[in-house]
Design a protein around this ligand. Structure first.
Ligand SMILES: [Mn+2]
Length: 329
């Protein structure tokens, strides 16, 4: 499998690495790590990393060289590269429906082999797949791929930082998910290769806007509804509140996890009004499968303990629906 990946990469002159809409820390981290690695070992190939729309401001520090290309900001140029790419590597998602307009550009390219590196469940078939739903992040799968091909020595500080970003953000700072011995061994290697976790933790957690911190305080104090008897809680956020706190893309990141910090709560829902729908995020602790709940009720899915979906209707209707789900827990 690793040999086939090497053959595909060395035969390709234009490699497109792509990740999903509303890119999170794992999308940006795994994509950047792979892009930096491919540029280092195949310097004669053109490797470029595209995401459909902008990543949140609190991740800006992760891309000092501007290696993440935002499709929406330069559609013609991105389309031209994607259409003519001779290898497409898909990281941290597996349904091209998550690409919005970028999927059209991809559909134009019928000849490039497609490689998947991902940890989301139920992937369709790709030409080559590095897939494990048991992996805590896509960055961990990228790490395994890099080390299998080129060894630990090829990991420099900037690759180590990108890998760490993906691993730490998908596990809530190594507090949930599949925290395996192999993951902790990997962290040791990343530190050996130049990573300073303190620097990255500070950049990740302590670079929020004042409005965002105030929004979190408001949501916790005024908007969190706790159903102790059902060990459940939820938070809602509507357009007027988003405007009041100058909501930016990425500001909703992590809000759904807040209710889980209440003793005795192991199901959390976050509902956010958007132009299209009410976006639903669900989290759980233990055996409660929110992927199934999202599939059944909210046109979505994800993982057992973290999933998302959409509700088409008003916020009031969404709340009624979520309360009904909670009542049935
Ligand atoms: Mn991920």
């Amino acid at each position: 499998m690793y040999e086939k990946f090497q053959t595909l990469c060395s035969n390709a002159s234009r490699i497109a690495i792509i990740s999903h809409t509303n890119p999170d820390g794992d999308a940006i981290g795994s994509g950047l790590a792979l892009t930096r690695f491919l540029r280092d070992i195949y310097p004669n190939n053109k490797s470029r990393f595209f995401v459909p729309n902008h990543f949140p401001q609190f991740l800006a520090w992760a891309d000092p060289e501007g290696d993440v290309e935002v499709f929406k900001e330069n559609v013609a140029e991105a389309e031209a590269f994607l259409a003519a790419a001779d290898l497409i590597i898909i990281v941290d998602f597996n349904q091209t429906s998550r690409l919005e307009q970028m999927s059209k550009a991809l559909d134009m390219n019928l000849f490039a082999p497609r490689v998947l590196i991902d940890h989301h469940i139920n992937p369709p078939q790709y030409d080559l797949m590095f897939h494990s739903a048991a992996s805590s992040s896509t960055a961990f799968l990228v790490y395994e791929l890099i080390v299998s091909i080129a060894g630990e020595e090829v990991i420099n500080k900037s690759i180590a930082e990108a890998l760490y970003l993906g691993m730490m953000s998908d596990t809530g700072g190594f507090s949930f998910g599949n925290l395996t011995p192999a993951l902790y061994r990997t962290l040791a290697v990343l530190v050996e290769r130049g990573l300073n976790p303190v620097e990255i933790n500070r950049a990740f957690y302590n670079t929020q806007s004042e409005d965002r911190v105030r929004l979190m305080g408001y949501l916790v104090s005024e908007k969190m509804v706790v159903k102790s008897a059902k060990r459940a809680a939820y938070i809602t956020l509507d357009d007027a509140e988003k405007e009041k706190y100058k909501f930016q893309i990425g500001d909703s990141e992590g809000i759904v996890n807040i209710p889980l910090s209440v003793n005795g709560i192991d199901f959390s829902a976050f509902m956010m009004q958007t132009k299209e729908c009410i976006k639903i995020s669900l989290r759980s602790v233990g055996d409660l499968d929110v992927n199934v709940i999202c599939n059944e009720h909210f046109n979505g899915g994800g993982h057992r303990n973290a999933a998302g979906g959409k509700f088409f209707g008003t916020m009031e209707q969404a709340v009624v629906k979520v309360e009904a789900v909670i009542a049935g827990l």
